[in-house]
Each structure stands twice: as structure tokens, then as C-alpha cells.
Design a protein around this ligand. Sequence first.
Ligand code: GRF
Length: 185
Amino acid sequence: LKLAVLVSGSGTNLQSLIDAQKEGYFNSEIALVVSNKASAYGLTRAENAGIKALVIKSDKELLDALLENEIDLIVLAGYLKVISSELINAYENKIINIHPSLLPEYGGHGMYGLYVHEKVFADKKDQTGATVHYVTAEVDEGPIIIQKKLIVDYDVIKSPEELQKAVLVIEHQILKEAIKIIEEQ
Ligand code: GRF
């Protein structure tokens, strides 16, 4: 599959896909990396890996770039803009998102980044994790492809930042697994 990975931040999930592609973990090719933020370090990661990287200013520009590059699957990896219904319709069941919690818990509007882990930490949940799901019109509610749990030991995890770091490791594992699952469908 030709993948487009959409990022807004550091792009460690993107890096995990770049590394997976390099080691032949899946057959898909990351053909394009797109960000809505010129400052996203994910763009640098793409350039370092010789992958075409674009900054887009509108949903229209995004849709045109995806069609032009004949993208088969869109991967939202820390992409903090809501996807337009036009794009969801144009790529029905071909957009996936990675979310740093066991959806449907701690999902929905405003639940992203460190805030998710601050809520889990405040609630002292004994487990959390990460989820890869298909993107639909309802934020974080699409069919789940893969989830992985993390049992939280609060003697070890002493802050939301440490929880975020531990969950990121899981995100990196299940995102590349999700690509393989979709390839085999
Ligand atoms: C990850 O926690 C992801 O679950 C969330 O945004 C963060 C992106 O991190 N959607 P990175 O840019 O991949 O490092």
C-alpha cells in the first residue's frame, strides 16, 4: 500500500513506521508525509529518510496531494487537525489514527497529547494503553484495528510525562502492526 503519514509534532510514530519499512516489517511504502505545521519535526524525519514531505494550508490542498500521489491509506500519527468530512468520504475506511488510550476510554474532543495521560494519572487507573482505529465522522469512535494494554505501576510511573513515555513505546509497536493487519485484509 502507498501510505501518507500526517503529523503535527515530533513524529516518533512516523519514525517507527520509517524504521519498520526499512527492516521490511511490512510491504507498504511511506510515499508522503504531510503536516499542517512547518515546524513539525516529523517533516525533518521524512526528509532524512528521503520521503517526500509537504506542509499544507487547507483540507483542499491535503486532498489534492493525497490524490496526486495515489495514496491508498492515510495514517494520522499525532495529526492535531480534525479531518474534513470531504476527506473522510473520499477515503472511506482508508484513514487510521493512533490514540494514546484504551478507546473508548479517554477519547473524544480535546483528548489528545499529555492531557490524556494527566487524566489517566489523576484517576490512578491501573491500566491504560494505546489504540489504532479507523477514522469516521465521530472523533475517536471508528472501528478498532488493534489495542495494547499497559498495566500502570505507580511505584515506577511517577508522573503523567512518564506515563506518556511508556504509552508511546506501545504506540510505536501497534502502529506498524496495524499496517500489517490492513495489508493482510
Ligand atoms: C502520540 O501520543 C499519539 O498517540 C498522539 O499524538 C502523539 C504523537 O506523537 N496522537 P509523535 O508526534 O508521533 O511523537
